[in-house]
Design a protein around this ligand. Sequence first.
Ligand code: FHN
Length: 492
Amino acid sequence: MKRLFLGIALLVLATGGTYAQQTTKSKTDTIPLKYGSHRIGNRTDEMMERWRSYGLGQFIHWGVYAIPGGHWEGKSYNGAAEWIRSWGGASAPANWQATYDNLYKQFNPVAFDARKWAKQAKDMGAKYLIFTTKHHDGFSLWPSKYTDYSITNTPYKKDIVKQVVDAYDAEGIDVYLYFSIIDWNHPGYRSGVPKTAKDSLAYEDFKQFTRNQLLELLTNYPKTKGLWFDGTWDAAWVKQSKFADDLEKELRAFHPGLIIGSRFRADENGKRHFDSNGKMMGDYEQGWERKLPKSIEVLEGRDWDCVMTIPPNQWGYNSDWKSSYIKTAHDLTDMLLHAVSMNGNLVVNFGPDGKGNIRPEESITAAKLGEWTKVNGAAIYGAKYAGLPKPDYGYYTKKDNKLFLTVINKPVNGTLRLAIPRSYKQKPANAVLLIGNIKLNITTVDMGMSGDGNIYYDIQLPANLNATSPFVVSIELINATGRSNNFGEAKT
Ligand code: FHN
């Protein structure tokens, strides 16, 4: 029988895999699932509320791949630098994978100073960190007792994850541990569904190893606020609906409050992020990688964050940034406001080099973002969708009775004209420019256009405002009662 789809099907491309078509089905159409979504709406607990208020986060991709930094023996890898182990074909150096698998013996990041990183993140205004404990190459940045391919067997030896967790926690920044299910180093790891008994046995071993490592991380680093899963698109893993569901439950029980996004597991029909009934699996939508929603409607009220690279698609350190466009602090501020104005967070990625230095370009960007958040942070921390149409000047965000207008496009006449729908329950009472804390004049303007359903308010910017970066006008709202037009409306 033909199924009736009530909602609009949304094709969302997941990074590193394809999303299920998200659909809202009629109740009678619901597919019975054992390992689908267990959500009953959005989480309302304190930890999740905190997650919602972050606004800005930092992602760090760091591991052995930072040593080659996208290049080896004068050759350049034509992919994301953190994927360099998978370099093959004529363009790759001879015996590349063997070379890569021995690079950990050189991993000695003498310049690594977790407190310096954390201080920089704090100054940037980041409220949470997502840190790669293990990327697809399988190298564990903590002394895992379940593998020899870990920091223990490098010249550096010391536990990097612990230093990062402690340093960021000391700065008041919440830490989320990135963990790749793909593990190119484990002998039992398979990308395709195991076909032979031998393969199946090996894969069972890999599953237990994965579980052990995850429990080990939560045991070793109890300050962890969440797990950020990646590398979950392989056919072999997608088949593990029961195992992954049980494991997710186990991790949540083991570490109450733990936040896990929609990337971890698939349902029994292989649907990822959204189950076969179109319900999100996990606490927030985790597929917004290097892209942002066009409108708040597509999110259907779900929590979400966007993870963003500064160059086009390089997460780990790539020593050559010359040949690509590097996002400016201005670009990132625009994205940040785009995200927050639609109830999301923006997480900006950093890829430190093999010695543990944050590259100068990233440090400059971090400093510029920090200058911005210091003055204008009210527009992003704890701020949300304002319930107003997006203004051409930039973005609205709102917190309590404060409406924030972040101006990306400054009007040439120096007047910000706000079109507030007549149906909006509040109206502007006074306005302040956050740079310099300057009170701005607001007037109601009768444009003679009341037929369009808006009331117009003009905010005059200071004549000498020479803004070179986005600026924020904080507008106090009061209840709108007894609105009327000055002039009567003619019948049409
Ligand atoms: O393959 C990875 C990639 O290297 C990077 O870690 C990103 C970060 O979101 N995740 C995967 C692609 O989705």
